[in-house]
Design a protein around this ligand. Structure first.
Ligand code: ZN
Length: 356
């Protein structure tokens, strides 16, 4: 668990509100649950940080059925928290006495989906703010946000903030090689696809799952997109979109794949930048690249040779935007088609602009 939380725990000093920030997949939800588990654990002695993992309380948190730990997300089909949900669900639960004694945890996922009111209009962020201003004594509120900048300052300033670094895919990949018997390339790819989250990676790789994504095909399609996108006719773009959609078999892998696409374009952009500055092509230090080797390296080399740093950076941003939009898009295939057309236009336009 993050150091400052462990310290807060062992000294018995807990804030009433926390804000965990970090990119999607950096393990915010998992840490929030671990934190709750450690506080609520029946075996953890005074001054001992961390949960035993075996007591009834720990098991209930792990199973998502602890009466004093509630996770909130925007209602199904909604992109924002309606005021009603904050008032009737979050606020109401905040004032309930802890069922098993101790503390009560309210985990508000995607807190940036709390809306801000304009011109005196009541909005869900205001409703939550009132709760943060006078929090019930035994309730600990944990807000999770991938985009904390969208939260009002008034909310942020009332929370103890904890920033998560991007996931350590290298570490996770090593674990997947050692424990799951994956080959190194495949493991690194799965680690990136899962945003560095072991549980997600295992879920994606799980053999029992009927809708298990075809990782090899996801990877090949992504590389083909990066290598060859400019100047491809629409029918070929549609074929690529549908190949990616079919290989991912659902939002979890597809969301990861869009993040990977962004990482690939980011690598290509860094390489192009290096070339534009007159450096050796491929002379970008391994430490700053997401993919310093493997077929990903070859693909990003090709992309860097065919475009400029600015366009490639824009391409990375478009992929991230699509990843974010994927939450509210019911149609996966349409999202991919629109993205590929967009990327193709962006990257091809640049080629026309390059003097030959
Ligand atoms: Zn325990």
């Amino acid at each position: 668990m993050a150091n400052c939380l462990s310290q807060a725990l062992s000294r018995g000093r807990l804030a009433q509100a926390y804000l965990f920030t970090g990119p999607e997949g950096s393990g915010k939800r998992r840490l929030a649950a671990e934190f709750a588990k450690a506080v609520l654990c029946r075996e953890a002695g005074p001054g001992v940080a961390g949960a035993c993992g075996g007591c009834a309380s720990c098991q209930a948190v792990d199973g998502g059925r602890h009466p004093d730990v509630a996770l909130f997300q925007p209602e199904k089909g909604k992109t924002a928290y309606p005021v009603r949900q904050v008032r009737e669900e979050i606020r109401r639960q905040a004032y309930l006495k802890p069922a098993l004694g101790g503390k009560r945890f309210l985990i508000v996922d995607r807190a940036e989906a709390l809306t801000q009111g304009t011109g005196g209009q009541n909005a869900s962020a205001d409703t939550l703010l009132k709760l943060l201003e006078e929090p019930p004594p035994d309730t600990i509120i944990i807000l999770l946000a991938s985009h904390p900048g969208r939260l009002p300052d008034t909310i942020r300033s009332r929370c103890q903030q904890l920033r998560f670094d991007p996931p350590d895919s290298e570490n996770l990949a090593r674990q997947l090689v050692a424990e799951d018997g994956l080959d190194r390339d495949e493991a690194l790819f799965a680690a990136h696809l899962a945003g560095g989250d072991l549980a997600v990676a295992r879920g994606l790789l799980g053999v029992r799952k009927k809708d298990k994504p075809d990782l090899r095909a996801v990877r090949e399609t992504l590389l083909e997109i990066v290598r060859s996108l400019p100047r491809r006719p629409y029918p070929e773009l549609f074929a690529l979109a549908s190949a990616l959609d079919a290989a991912a078999r659902g939002w979890p892998a597809l969301t990861g794949a869009l993040g990977l696409l962004a990482a690939l374009y980011r690598d290509a952009s860094l390489k192009a930048l290096r070339q534009e500055a007159g450096g050796e092509p491929g002379g970008v230090g391994g430490g700053v690249l997401t993919f310093p080797g493997g077929p990903e390296q070859a693909a990003t080399d090709e992309a860097a040779a065919g475009s400029d740093a600015g366009r490639l950076r824009d391409a990375a941003l478009r992929a991230l935007e699509a990843q974010e939009n994927s939450r509210r898009y019911p149609a996966r295939l349409l999202l991919l088609e629109v993205l590929l057309i967009d990327l193709e236009t962006l990257l091809s336009a640049e080629r026309l602009g390059v003097p030959s």
